[in-house]
Each structure stands twice: as structure tokens, then as C-alpha cells.
Design a protein around this ligand. Structure first.
Ligand code: UDP
Length: 482
């Protein structure tokens, strides 16, 4: 790695995401923001084991700013530690643990560091950085509400004997909206599984951070923000200083692939706000039965759409988490017979990955059917787009409930009990509601207000800009120029 001399004069910070686009994207945006707006030199440490095609493309893009250096950590061999049955979070945590074995020597080679910023699932770094006297910050990539829940979880774990899902009432997270047991994330639904142990291990180490960055802003989550910064429960933990610095979202300027360009050219031909974008994040995958219902529901709604249609699987709702962007299957093989022909001109089907930010920013896009991953949520709101909330895994059910009941920018379709799927008539109903109903207009106006407030928070003098500036000023004050 060749670093320009001018870079070596600047404060130097390392950033360490765990794998998965939902983690890499926000940490990369933070890294860019530090380089571009705060004049900091950033080394971005990339865990390469099981990195997806989309992740490789993102981190080796020629558009990354000067002063941001991506360093690939040596790939770790985890083949004997995981198998086909290993659940996604366990796999991710084992991958991180093995990949971080050379972290100490990598950090030492980087020279003087002002700080290391890690993702939630990289907490092994705390001890290493303690030995090296490097302050370690956590960038907690989900919502503030989920941070409050996560900080409370070790206490709940000590106080409750039964499964959390069997509690007779919603979980009373201090100072926050109670969490319904049906919205609990999969990782804590069965306390005996490894995923739950890994999750608890990492959240119980959150208090070791020098500070916690959050990809949110006060107007979006005022109640949870007040809780984690002022409620006695969090002060007694004690919770490190919490800095809301969001929304940091991907800032793509141009399509990267031919398929991206086709998608945007198609959007150019559609009327304003007429297209529903349907995408379920990097890991989201539907069962065959559910994909069939979704396709029929879209067709019956008679709305224009872009559908990112991954090959269905009955195995896991997060099946493509580690390999997204690499799938080249032909959607014709798994969509209802004749669907592509009947919806020609009305819809566009993309097999694996779409340029989501460019699609949401496009004036023809009017709605987003999303799995409610936190990045997708922020991306939708900051473009003033109302949502159909279709949560699948991780903390997405909590996000969906918040978006529908507290924020007022989404509608959630009902799942038909007996069948365990959302049926086509229900999909038709919610799609029409968002795209052409008065309810959709109300949600669009609310998203529009939040879009304005997000811009204000990020601009010079805004709450998020100032929160990050306060920390970078501390880093700069401690930096000794050589
Ligand atoms: N994304 C994209 N194209 C796709 C699907 C996802 O660009 O076809 C991006 C999306 O813009 C977001 C990220 O991948 O930035 C997904 O993050 P999120 O937190 O929403 O969900 P996760 O993938 O972690 O479940």
C-alpha cells in the first residue's frame, strides 16, 4: 500500500466492518465521510472470507476517495468450523473471529491510530486495542430502538428463566416502546442455540466501547434517543457516549454494471412516482410458494414495478447473505408461467441485485416493497418513498412495526395464518394502497418531512454533523503531527 505523504500528516483511523452488505455499506459511508468532510486518513479493514460478489465490487470501486485505503485481511479457512446447517449469524461470527486472528499485527503495521471503529460483531477487537492503547468505538448499524433493546438484553437474560418468546407480555425495554414477542429477532427466539449465545456475547460487550455511533437521527427516533442518552437504566450500565450521526446512506452517482444501466433506462421511460421497487436486501430470499404469490399480487395490482427476483429457497430467508450479486439464474425458471410475457412493459425483473439507491432516487419511483433492513429503511425515508414492510430476518420485524406504528411511512401486509404466506389478494391490496391510495399519500408526505429533516441533520451545523465533528475534533486534538 502506498500512502501519499500528505495523508501521513493527518489523523489516522481504522474502520472494521463485519461481512455482509448491510454492515459494509454503512461503515464504508462513515469512512468516506471521515475522509471527505473531516480530513481524516482511513484504513478500511475488509474481512475477505466469504465476501460476496457485490461486496468485492463495492470495495474495489475506482470511485473511492483518496485517503481511504481498503486493506484486505488474509482469508481465514472456516471450512472445518461451519457446515450447511450453520445459521447465518453463527457463520458470520465464526468468520469474523477467525479473520481477526492477525488483527493485532495488522494494526501495529498501520502505525499510530487515533481510533478503531468496529461493527457490532467484531468485539474481539476491544481486548486487542486495549493492549495497543487504541480507543475503540462501535458503529451500531441498526436502529436506536434496537440499540436500546440490545443494551437491555443481558439484563433480561439474567432475570428471565423462560424463552423470551414465551413471556406473557411485550418486553419492557427501559424508556422505549415495548417490543412484542412476535417481533423478537430470530437470534433470541431460542436461547439454547449458538446464534443466541453469539448475539448475547457481542451485545454484552457494547459498554466496552469508547463511544457508540448510530446510523439514525433524533427526529426519526426521539423516544429511543432520549432513553439511551438519559434514562437511568442506560446510565447505570454505564452506556458509553452515544452519537447519532446518520442517516449515512450509499451515495452512488452512476450505474456500475450494464444491468444497472438497463434498469435506469427503463425507469426513465415511466411516469413520475409510478413504479414500485421490490427488493429484499442482500440476504432476502423467499420460498417458492411466496414468490409465486408475490408475482401474482404485483400483476393483479396493475402497478408498474421493478422486481429483484432471486432464486427462491425453502431453506432460509437470508439465503444469499454471503453470496449476493453472484447469482446468474434465469428468473423465468422460478416465476409463474407466462408472468414475464404478461407483465412486459409494466414490470422489469432483475435476477439478483439492483442499483437500489439510484432506483429510489429516480423520480419515477413511487413506492418500495422492502424487507426493512435498516439501510433500506433509511434509503427509502431519505428519498421520501413510502413502503410496504415485508420483514424477513434479523431485527427487521421490529423495524417494520416501528415504521408502521410510530413513524407512519409503511403498511404491513397480513400473513394468512394457515398458509404461512402473504396471499396475492393481500399483496394487491397493500401495493395499491401505497401506490394510489390516500393512505399512500399520507405516508409519502410523512416520508417527505423526514427527508427534509435528514438533510438538516447532516448539513453543517445539523445534529448528526455536529455529533461526528465533536468526536473527530477529539481525535484531532490528540493527534501529534509529525
Ligand atoms: N442493495 C442494493 N441492491 C439490491 C439489494 C440491496 O443496492 O438489490 C443495498 C441496499 O441499498 C442497502 C444494502 O444493500 O444499502 C442492504 O442493507 P439492509 O440493511 O437494507 O439489509 P441487509 O442486506 O443487511 O439485510
Amino acid at each position: 500500500m502506498v500512502v501519499a505523504e500528505s495523508e501521513t500528516m493527518k489523523p489516522h483511523v481504522a474502520v472494521l466492518p463485519s461481512p455482509g452488505m448491510g454492515h459494509v455499506i454503512p461503515l464504508l459511508e462513515l469512512a468516506k465521510c471521515l475522509v471527505i468532510h473531516h480530513d481524516i486518513h482511513v484504513s478500511f479493514l475488509n474481512i475477505t472470507t466469504e465476501a460476496s460478489a457485490a461486496q468485492k465490487q463495492l470495495l474495489h470501486s475506482p470511485t473511492l476517495p483518496q485517503g481511504l485505503h481498503v486493506i484486505d485481511l488474509p482469508p481465514a479457512d472456516i471450512s472445518t468450523l461451519v457446515n450447511e446447517e450453520t445459521l447465518v449469524l453463527t457463520r458470520l461470527c465464526i468468520n469474523v473471529e477467525e479473520s481477526l486472528k492477525p488483527l493485532k499485527s495488522v494494526l501495529m503495521e498501520l502505525g499510530k491510530l487515533q481510533a478503531l471503529v468496529i461493527d457490532l460483531f467484531c468485539t474481539q477487537a476491544f481486548e486487542i486495542c486495549n493492549d495497543l492503547s487504541i480507543p475503540t468505538y462501535t458503529f451500531f448499524t441498526p436502529s436506536t430502538a434496537f440499540l436500546a433493546f440490545s443494551l437491555y438484553l443481558p439484563t433480561l437474560d439474567r432475570e428471565v428463566e423462560c424463552e423470551f418468546v414465551d413471556l406473557p407480555a411485550p418486553v419492557q425495554v427501559p424508556g422505549c416502546t415495548p417490543v412484542r414477542t412476535e417481533d423478537l429477532l430470530d437470534q433470541v427466539r431460542n436461547r439454547k442455540i449458538d446464534e443466541c449465545k453469539w448475539f448475547l456475547l457481542h451485545v454484552s460487550r457494547l459498554p466496552m466501547a469508547a463511544g457508540i455511533f448510530l446510523n439514525s437521527w433524533e427526529d426519526l427516533e426521539p423516544v429511543s434517543h432520549k432513553a439511551v442518552t438519559a434514562h437511568p437504566f442506560y446510565q447505570n450500565i454505564p452506556t458509553p457516549p452515544v452519537h447519532q450521526i446518520g442517516p449515512l446512506i450509499k451515495q452512488d452517482e452512476a450505474p456500475e454494471t450494464e444491468s444497472d444501466a438497463e434498469c435506469l433506462a427503463w425507469l426513465d421511460k415511466q411516469p413520475s412516482k409510478s413504479v414500485l421497487f421490490v427488493a429484499l436486501g442482500s440476504g432476502g430470499t423467499l420460498t417458492g410458494a411466496q414468490l409465486t404469490e408475490l408475482a401474482w399480487g404485483l400483476e393483479m395490482s396493475r402497478q408498474k414495478f421493478i422486481l429483484v427476483a432471486r432464486k427462491p429457497t425453502d431453506a432460509s430467508a437470508s439465503a444469499t447473505f454471503f453470496n449476493v450479486g453472484g447469482d446468474v439464474s434465469d428468473p423465468k425458471a422460478y416465476l409463474p408461467e407466462g408472468f414475464l410475457e404478461r407483465t412486459k412493459g409494466v414490470g422489469l425483473v432483475v435476477p439478483s441485485w439492483a442499483p437500489q439507491i439510484l432506483v429510489l432516487r429516480h423520480p419515477s419511483t413511487g413506492g418500495f416493497l422492502s424487507h426493512c433492513g435498516w439501510n433500506s429503511t433509511l434509503e427509502s425515508i431519505t428519498h421520501g418513498i413510502p413502503m410496504v414492510a415485508w420483514p424477513l430476518y434479523a431485527e427487521q420485524r421490529m423495524n417494520a412495526t416501528m415504521l408502521v406504528e410510530e413513524v407512519g411511512v409503511a403498511v404491513k401486509p397480513a400473513v394468512e395464518g394457515g398458509k404461512g404466506v402473504v396471499v396475492r389478494e393481500e399483496i394487491e391490496r397493500v401495493v395499491r394502497m401505497v401506490m394510489e391510495g390516500e393512505e399512500g399519500n399520507v405516508m409519502r408526505r410523512r416520508a417527505g418531512e423526514l427527508k427534509v429533516s435528514a438533510v438538516k441533520a447532516l448539513n453543517f451545523g445539523g445534529s448528526s454533523y455536529e455529533s461526528l465533528s465533536r468526536v473527530t475534533k477529539e481525535w484531532k486534538a490528540e493527534h501529534i503531527y509529525i
